[in-house]
Design a protein around this ligand. Sequence first.
Ligand SMILES: *Cc1c(COP(=O)(O)O)cnc(C)c1O
Length: 436
Amino acid sequence: MKLYSTNNPLHQVTLKEALFNSMPQDKGLYMPAAVPRLNENFLTNLDNYTLPEIAFHVAQHLLGDDIPAEDLKDIIRDAINFYAPVVELEENVYVLELFHGPSLAFKDFGARFMSRLMGYFLEEGEKQLDVLVATSGDTGGAVALGFLGVPNTRVTILYPKGKVSGIQELQLTTNGQNVRAVEVDGTFDDCQALVKQAFTDPELNEKFRLTSANSINIARLIPQTFYYFNAYAQLLKMGKNKVAFSVPSGNFGNLGAGILAWKMGLPVCHFIAATNVNDTVPEFLRTGAYQPKPSVQTISNAMDVGNPSNWVRIQDMFKDSPEQLAKLVSGFSFTDEEDLEAIERLHSYYNYVACPHTAIAWQALKDWQQDQPTGRVAGVFLSTAHPCKFPDVLPAHVAGAVKIPEHVENLHSKTKQAVSLGKDFAGFKKYLLDNA
Ligand SMILES: *Cc1c(COP(=O)(O)O)cnc(C)c1O
């Protein structure tokens, strides 16, 4: 597999290089140089395959012969070891639950696949890979649990003290092994600044092989295409073949993966980009002007992004036909009040508890469907996280209806292990050097 930089298509690299560098020097993003169309026979018979089989088929076509088939199968079996069921809520309204992985968020798909790919490409005798991540909640858990036990890697997670939910904190701080947590007396931005400074510090780079494993890594995007194919397979089984996906979006990796699946031949009729008031993309789709802005804090905070990092990838996929983008994708944005109302309605109509990100995707789907002349398109909204991760945001009677998964209950019996640091870089650097 070859990948190019969106800033310079002539600059091509191998999968291994894109995997470990995350971002090209020219500050573009890596994209696959060839996006193969999957064969018709596979696409029309998707319902005959399981999620791991679909994942293997899709990955093999994208990655080419970079990884021998048996090794790729092992990586997928190990990384994608949980379900992504499509649940019917009413006629033509379905939810794709992406929260059955270890960190209870869809980011498990990307983080688990990426970590195993990194483990695979780390050759014997190579220097240990040191992954530094700043998190506002969801990313850290997925990355920590993704790398947990992966040989020759170590993860250091920085999170803002008192600003992540109880379950999120337990997921970050109870792992041990090759994962360590640093509680920073500051905000998420402070955590991010510490990580960024570490990457440019000559002494740290001399001593450690640092990587960010962040959400712009192409190895996080690729596995997210799997669940779109798998969701379509489940709809085929229910007799549906006209499908629209509504995607709760922040950095737009998730929607980007859906569009990549579409480029590979998945017959999706429409995509809906659902955001909170951080509506840079819906505004662009409405007006044609792309105007990034500072992010605004909301109750769906994993989507508080004013300048989505993956948007350039989506634009890149339409560079030959920008008008097609506006036809394929509609944008919707909602306030916190509308989000809370959607959570209430989902609960009262269907007895379904959705997290604040998921509820936005449902509302966007309903609004879009209302404008459609016929109701024949099956709408699937993506549920990106389990509601138990956001207990303080849900209205009390809805929060009371949340069923907490067993492996989360077990977290409560574990002890938090985290180092407390201030937001000054000198202190963080000293910690890294003293704990090499
Ligand atoms: C990260 C995240 C999102 C946003 O996904 P993007 O791929 O960045 O658009 C939405 N919901 C939840 C729960 C998340 O953790």
